[in-house]
Design a protein around this ligand. Structure first.
Ligand code: ADP
Length: 265
């Protein structure tokens, strides 16, 4: 809080009064601090792959390129790091577009059950781990007006996190329910979980419970931050619950069109 004073003075020089104005700087200061933190994070996230690449390229230039055992391996590392940077920059562009409200939602009427099942099927077909999928989806149809590409990104991100953190032989459960004009989607895993004090932070940009582990798995730390923006843009909310060491559940809601079908009866 900042206070500024103005003195009200007559032409004769007499002071009539004093006005004190209280400025609430806390909100602005918070935004400034977040911005500085964000820039520092971006720089750090870009510097790490760049310095890795530099050392591998140096080693190659110093002669490793002639070594048939080392060369492919070193090139592979530089490729992986390049791909990470591309992913990071793409995620940053998505966020910056959403920040400046340039993201348009290309909404379509979609039956959510069909849409959701198709995404789960895709993961079920291609997953390499021994993780069991369990679906508890209602038989009713739920029509939602959504941008299918954006919602696909959100669900992809949640499912790939669930798989990333699932133990061998674990279960990922999908269910969905309806309440007061909203559908609520729930995706649960039996993975390592998230400590209670960090649970809300996982939607913050660059926040990771375990930075090294997330990096190792190719994460940018922006997936859930993007998901949150996208769900909010659709008029829904997203949150998480977790029991540390036992598993994590991600919830999100979407408004849906009530299809009572009365007019046809
Ligand atoms: P990342 O690219 O690191 O996956 P996200 O924004 O998708 O970034 O997630 C942020 C962090 O939230 C992750 O680094 C991880 O620590 C935590 N997290 C997300 N989903 C899960 C999950 N299903 N189980 C445990 N931790 C999770």
């Amino acid at each position: 809080l900042r206070t500024s004073f103005s003195v009200i003075q007559k032409e004769t020089g007499f002071v009539n009064g004093v006005i004190a104005v209280l400025h609430d700087n806390t909100e602005q200061e918070k935004i400034d601090m977040e911005r500085r933190e964000f820039v520092a994070n971006v720089s750090h996230e870009l510097r790490t792959p760049l310095t890795t690449m530099r050392s591998y390229l140096e080693a190659l230039a110093d002669g490793a390129w002639e070594d048939p055992d080392l060369a492919p391996n070193f090139l592979n590392v530089t490729q992986t790091e390049t791909e990470r940077m591309i992913r990071l920059v793409n995620d940053l562009l998505k966020l910056s577009k959403m920040d400046s409200n340039e993201t348009e939602l290309n909404k379509e009427m979609v039956e959510f059950n069909v849409f959701f099942n198709r995404i789960i099927d895709r993961f079920e077909m291609s997953k390499s781990q021994n993780v069991h999928f369990e679906r508890q989806l209602p038989k009713e149809q739920y029509f939602v007006e959504i941008d299918p590409d954006k919602l696909t990104q959100v669900i992809d991100n949640i499912i790939s996190n669930a798989l990333k953190y699932s133990p061998e032989g674990g279960k990922v459960r999908f269910d969905m329910m309806e309440q007061d004009g909203y559908i609520m989607i729930r995706i649960s895993d039996q993975g390592m979980g998230i400590p209670k004090e960090n649970i809300d932070k996982i939607f913050d940009r660059f926040y990771r419970v375990d930075r090294a582990r997330s990096r190792e798995m190719g994460g940018t730390g922006l997936g859930l931050a993007i998901s949150k923006e996208m769900i909010n843009a659709h008029g829904g909310v997203i949150w998480a619950e977790s029991q540390y060491g036992r598993g994590t559940t991600i919830y999100f809601t979407l408004p849906y069109e009530l299809d009572d079908g009365d007019e046809w009866e």
